[in-house]
Write a protein that binds this ligand. Structure first.
Ligand code: FCB
Length: 457
């Protein structure tokens, strides 16, 4: 169903429609007002890491154009904006001196949102770790978790009075496995021992961050954003099904388990627990404090088969072929049913609070033609996935909101500026922003909310 008004009719009146971004991907101004480098500055300046050796120095120049960007969000008719705060602007060395100018930027940004009647959903960590902390080992060091706790406290003391919600981390799967085991994201490590340390210390930092938020801003709903993987077995064979369960625990269970059950998965601990850093008394209690909400970022399913290779390391799986032939320009399979089955599976396995889809969207790189961007496949992707979210609501799952990734084209990490996810097209030469066809469609949909029948204030 692609008619945005009809689709809108399938959502409750107080359902939240928003758009999302992240600091490093849009801000630029990496050397301004006291900001120091993050691990992503170092990583992207190293040849061979990011497509075309591109970096975040300018990005969408949002640091200078934020007012215009907030006007754009307002014009799009959405009621919420999900953005992230750059730790290296706030505490440039990760520990030590606080940089008031960094806080000033987000202070203005949040006031700008309030002035425009847009809700502010902040993420404290969307991957831009202050580079100085690498001197201690970055996320592989326990001290980084405590540095994060202090950073969370500093941010929430200054900004917490105006935030509508806060998340500690965005996608720890990426900052743990993709960054420390697969080497694709900063700091580019490829080492299971490092990754296992990053895993526990990230989980710990989340828990300590929740502590900090509750101490200084107890009224702000606190959550965590996870890119849970919809793991699908490549066949019905016993071996592939067992492989899928192992992959579930490795990709999801190591985050959901500690946070929502207070324990790491058994099969994972049997295989790799001996290489984890010491889990100290009280760690799992801190990590498993009750959350007010959680965010799901979903793009594509993960299909796996058993890896028969001798000595294959847990979870011992290989990729299985896609089922759908439809792929986005970044090569990700389009398969909306996996979103529905994933959410249901997660609610069956864990005691989860309210859910927001904090990211969902598609990469299509078509450009401007006669002043317009005709990105029909992106529009179709949104319509199909939102249809699944509406089905989940009808089935009684507490889905409260949806943030499109992304407001605008931006720095897509290791893929640089080549891969475009925006509802708004960015001309990087002129920094002009142009609403795409999908953006106009989303505007019509979002414009229907809140409907006022049971709208929250
Ligand atoms: C997610 C990230 C986000 C963006 C999208 C495409 O993994 O959270 O920053 O890059 O993918």
């Amino acid at each position: 169903m692609n008619d945005p008004k009809k689709l809108a009719g399938r959502f409750p009146g107080d359902f939240l429609f928003g758009v999302a971004t992240a600091s490093f991907q849009i801000e630029g101004a990496t050397k301004e007002d006291g900001r120091k480098p993050s691990i992503w500055d170092a990583f992207s300046n190293m040849p061979g890491r990011v497509y075309g050796r591109q970096n975040g120095d300018v990005a969408c120049d949002h640091y200078h154009r934020w007012e215009q960007d907030l006007d754009l969000i307002k014009d799009m008719g959405v009621s919420a904006y999900r953005f992230s705060i750059a730790w290296p602007r706030i505490i440039p060395d990760g520990t030590g001196r606080i940089n008031e100018q960094g806080l000033d930027f987000y202070d203005k940004l949040i006031d700008g949102l309030k002035d425009r009647g847009i809700k502010a959903y902040a993420t404290l960590y969307h991957w831009d770790l202050p580079l100085t902390l690498m001197g201690e080992g970055g996320w592989t060091a326990r001290s980084t978790a405590y540095a994060f706790q202090r950073y969370a406290k500093v941010v929430m003391s200054r900004l917490g009075d105006r935030l509508d919600a806060v998340a500690t981390f965005n996608e720890p799967w990426c900052s743990v496995w993709l960054s420390h085991l697969y080497g694709i994201h900063a700091p580019g490590e490829k080492n299971m021992d490092a990754a296992l340390h990053a895993l526990h210390y990230t989980n710990l930092a989340h828990g300590l961050g929740i502590d900090a938020i509750r101490q200084v801003a107890p009224n702000v709903p606190a959550g965590l954003v996870l890119n849970a993987h919809s793991v699908v077995a490549g066949s019905d064979s016993k071996a592939d099904k067992a492989a899928a369960e192992r992959a579930f625990q490795f990709n999801n269970g190591v985050f959901f388990g500690p946070v929502f059950k207070g324990e790491y998965p058994d099969n994972f601990m049997k295989a790799l627990g001996g290489r984890m850093p010491p889990i100290e008394d009280g760690d799992l209690e801190v990590i498993s404090q009750k959350l007010d909400w959680w965010g799901l970022n979903y793009y594509t399913p993960m299909r796996v088969a058993h890896n028969p290779a001798k000595g294959a390391e847990f979870p011992a799986v290989v990729d299985a072929p896609p089922v759908s032939t439809v792929k986005t320009d970044i090569g990700w399979e389009v398969y909306a049913p996996a979103l529905g089955s994933l959410v249901k599976d997660l609610y069956d396995r864990y005691d989860l609070p309210d859910c927001y889809i904090t990211e969902n969207g598609a990469c299509y790189n078509m450009g401007l033609e006669n002043g317009e961007v005709d990105d029909q496949p992106r529009l179709d992707y949104y319509a199909e996935h939102l249809g699944v979210v509406a089905d989940l609501i009808s089935d009684g799952v507490p889905m409260k909101g949806y943030f499109a990734w992304s407001l605008m084209d931006n720095f897509e990490w290791a893929e640089g500026y080549k891969m475009r996810f925006g509802l708004v097209y960015v001309d990087y030469d002129t920094q002009e922003r142009i609403l795409k066809k999908s953006g106009k469609w989303y505007q019509t949909l979002a414009g229907e909310f809140p409907k006022g029948n049971h709208a929250s204030s």
